[in-house]
Ligand binder design. Structure first.
Ligand code: FUB
Length: 543
């Protein structure tokens, strides 16, 4: 008897996913994704069905082409590719786009995919809830039409109760309705029932059940940035009680998510704007564990971001995590002991305060690359599957600027540096700069500046510096300033003719006074014609 108990205990341990030893947020970094709906299906994998955001951002109207992601360990994620596009929706608006927050359900061997999409140009008046089906969870979906009898609602959620009854939840105009679905999962059964007791509901309902209690989570309409609330009920149709915020605003306007239990741990999936630097329609999906109290209430979710230690992946898209390494020197044999097979590193995530040096040969010899805080796709710098020995050091963080050397790009954008049309700016490989990349602008007009917002402490002395360069033959000025006219000291202008093709370092000191938000801006003068570059932005408290 005793033996049986021990075996069961060990098996359970094996099934548990260690919430700490997991993929960092955001979980998808090769494209922008939002509105994640997570489900565990019969094959034992966890599948996430999000919507897709486009870069450069053109608002929510261009959202299109749903992907599916799955995992069996919360570390290694697989992108199953695009499963549906608006051009496959024969009843959809001719302009396409508007493929908003979806959900998926499984019944009797069929996977049902529910997606909001308008039939007409005037999307506000023509929303429908589309249905596609497949006998696989992540491919071969065929559009079957839309659910008749429901109009102008978005954000479907389908919840199947233990007795097999399916309920559809939809939202719109700050209201949420529920309705039973017939056995075929494609037709409604009865009348829409308004869901009550949902304080400040905006959209995005998601329903799940735990210990005989039903939970609805939903974004509230807190002005500016939405927060996620949950409510509880003894019935899947409400009334709902106990609304509480359990996820604070992320760094984008919307919030939207789902809750799922996987291998004995409950998780909230949601989105933030970390990958794009906070651009509203360029969101990225994340997850964090959630914890319930004895009375069933949910504790505030701790939003985690990035990694604590340098983290190495087999895949250029920051998937297939190999492991993390602390500060130290690791030759080939040391790496093998840590479970790193030879030459298999394809991407690295480095938290602030760490410096990673990778060498092409063993014992810290051969070609080498130095990286500071950020996510580095090694294919971009032709170092994929080459790194054989590694040195990692720790240093004190002082620079307040994110992506200060423009090393990282996401879908053609420079991470953490943005404007509504970032296209004229690009990342430029500059082996002479401190990093591998610099910011580049090529053109003959003054585009909107590329900016990063930084928080300042009031009445504090700061130092700021940047390197500017203008290509030979360029006319006009390459400029870096702060809030436009915050402090003339911090306005740096390189006259292109003065030092062609040379990096010029600019430095200044200033006192923040009452200013607590500083906008760092890269721009050029009105008469500009040619190529300008920016690199190594440093903003720190004056020592
Ligand atoms: O992603 C498009 C829309 O934004 C969703 O349908 C809403 O829930 C909000 O996240």
């Amino acid at each position: 008897m005793m033996k049986i108990k021990i075996v069961i205990f060990i098996l359970l341990l094996g099934l548990q996913v260690n919430a700490q030893n997991r993929r960092s947020n955001p979980i998808v970094s090769h494209m922008f994704t939002a509105d994640p709906s997570a489900h565990v299906w019969e094959d034992g994998r966890l599948y996430v069905y999000p919507s897709t955001d486009n870069a450069p951002p053109k608002g929510y109207k261009t959202m299109d082409g749903y992907h599916v992601f799955s995992t069996d360990d919360m570390i290694t994620w697989k992108d199953h590719g695009e499963i549906l596009h608006s051009n496959q929706v024969n009843w959809g608006r001719k302009e396409g786009g508007f493929m908003w927050a979806p959900d998926a359900a499984y019944k009797n061997g069929t996977y049902y995919y529910y997606f909001p999409h308008p039939t007409g140009t005037d999307f506000r008046k023509t929303w429908r809830i589309g249905i596609a089906t497949s006998n696989k969870p992540a491919s071969d979906f065929k559009v079957q039409g839309y659910i008749k009898g429901l109009e102008t609602y978005i954000d479907p959620c389908v919840f199947i109760d233990d007795d097999g009854q399916a309920y559809l939840y939809i939202a719109g105009h700050n209201e949420c309705f529920a309705i039973k679905l017939k056995e075929d999962m494609t037709e409604i059964d009865g009348e829409l029932i308004k869901q009550t007791g949902l304080d400040g509901l905006r959209e995005g309902p998601f329903v799940f059940k735990r210990n005989e209690m039903y939970y609805m989570i939903y974004p509230d309409d807190f002005p500016k940035f939405n927060k996620m609330r949950y409510a509880m009920s003894k019935s899947p149709l409400g009334p709902w009680e106990n609304n509480e915020v359990f996820l604070n605003s992320t760094d984008v306007i919307t919030t939207h998510g789902s809750v799922v239990e996987y291998k004995n741990q409950w998780y909230l999936f949601y989105h933030n704007g970390n990958l794009s630097g906070g651009i509203g329609p360029n969101r990225s999906i994340c997850f964090d564990p959630i914890y319930f109290n004895e009375d069933g209430t949910i504790n505030m979710v701790k939003q985690t971001l990035g990694v604590e230690l340098p983290t190495f992946h087999k895949d250029v898209n920051f998937n297939e995590m190999i492991g993390t390494l602390e500060a130290g020197n690791y030759n080939h044999a040391d790496l093998e002991k840590k479970g790193f097979t030879s030459n298999e590193i394809s991407s690295i995530e480095i938290p602030k305060g760490y410096m990673v040096e990778g060498f092409a040969k063993d014992n810290f010899t051969g070609k080498s690359w130095k990286f500071e805080e950020d996510r580095i796709d090694l294919e971009d710098i032709e170092a994929n599957d080459i790194i054989t020995s590694i040195k990692i050091s720790k240093y004190k963080v002082e620079n307040l600027v994110n992506n200060p050397s423009f090393e990282l790009a996401t879908q053609g954008q420079i991470k953490h540096w943005y404007n509504r049309n970032p296209k004229p700016f690009s990342r430029y490989k500059d082996d002479k700069g401190k990093g591998y990349y610099a910011l580049k602008y090529e053109g003959n007009k003054n585009p909107r500046p590329l900016v990063q917002k930084v928080a300042l402490k009031p009445n504090t002395n700061y130092e700021i510096s940047i390197k500017l360069k203008a290509a030979l033959g360029t006319e006009g000025k390459v400029i870096f300033d702060t809030n436009g006219s915050f402090d003339e000291n911090c306005k740096f202008e390189l006259d292109a003719k003065s030092k062609p093709d040379e990096w010029v370092l600019y430095k200044a000191e200033f006192n923040s006074g009452n200013t607590t938000k500083l906008e760092l801006r890269c721009l050029v003068s009105d008469n500009f014609k040619g190529v300008g570059y920016w690199d190594d932005v440093v903003l720190k408290v004056k020592s």
